[in-house]
Design a binder for this molecule. Sequence first.
Ligand code: SAH
Length: 250
Amino acid sequence: MPGRLSVIGLGPGSTALLAPMALSCLAQAGAVVGYDRYMEMVDPDLLQGKTLFSSPMKKEMERTAKAVEFALAGLDTVVVSSGDSGIYGMAGLVLEFLEREGLLDTVDLEIVPGIPALCAAAALLGAPLMHDFASISLSDLLTPLPTIMKRIRCAVEGDFVIVLYNPKSRKRDSYLGQALAMAAEHRGPDTPVGFVRNAYRPDQDVRVATLGSCDPEWADMLTTVVIGNSASRLAGNKILTPRGYFEKYG
Ligand code: SAH
C-alpha cells in the first residue's frame, strides 16, 4: 500500500505560524522532503528518526520524484514548502508529476494550507490588502519577462494593490525598479509601499515608505513588497487600504 503524500506550507518562519494540520502531518510522517533551507526551519524533534531528503533550489523535480518514490514504498511522506505550498510552492509540481506518471489514483495526495508570505507581510505592514489585490512574482525562471511586465502593467491600470514576490535575485536586480516606476506612472508619489524582509523570522525587517521615497535596494530575495492602490494611505506608521466603511456608514 502506498503511503499518503502530503504537501504542506511551513508558514513564513516562526513555528507559532505553522498551521496545526501541517504540524500533525509532520508529526505522523515517515519521510520528509524539502528544499534544504526550509528543512532547517522545521523543529529537529519533528524530523528525528524519519527518512529525510533535502536538496538545493532548482532541484524541485528531483525532490518531487523522491517524495513519490517514498510514498510508493509505503511511507507517509511530507513535502515542505515555505508559506503556503500552493502559492509559488511545491503543490502544483507534485500534482502535475502524479498526473504525468499516471499515479493520481494510486497515491493519496493531500495539500495542506499554510500562511503565505503575503498574509505575513500584510499583517506586519498594517491592513494593505483590504481591497482587491494582485500577486505577481518577479522571478523569470519559469515565466517569460514580457508576461511578468504585462501583468504588472494590467494590475497597475486595474488599480489593484500589488504584492510582489521574488522581487530580486543576483541575476535580476532591475525588475523591481521597473515595477515601481510603472506604478508611479498611474499612482501618486504618496502611495504607500511596504518592504517586509524575513517576516516572522529572527532577522525580520519591516519598512514602510512611499512610491516617491522608497528604494528598490531595500529588497532582496527574502523580501515581499506591497504597493498600495490609489486609495491606500499611511495611518500612523501602518499602511491602510480603506475598504469603504466610513464612506458608506459615516
Ligand atoms: N510559498 C511561499 C512563496 C515562496 S516564493 C508563500 O506562500 O509565501 C519565495 C518568495 O516568497 C520570496 O522571494 C519572498 O518574496 C517571499 N517570502 C517567503 N517567505 C517570506 C518571509 N518570511 N518574509 C518575506 N517574504 C517571504
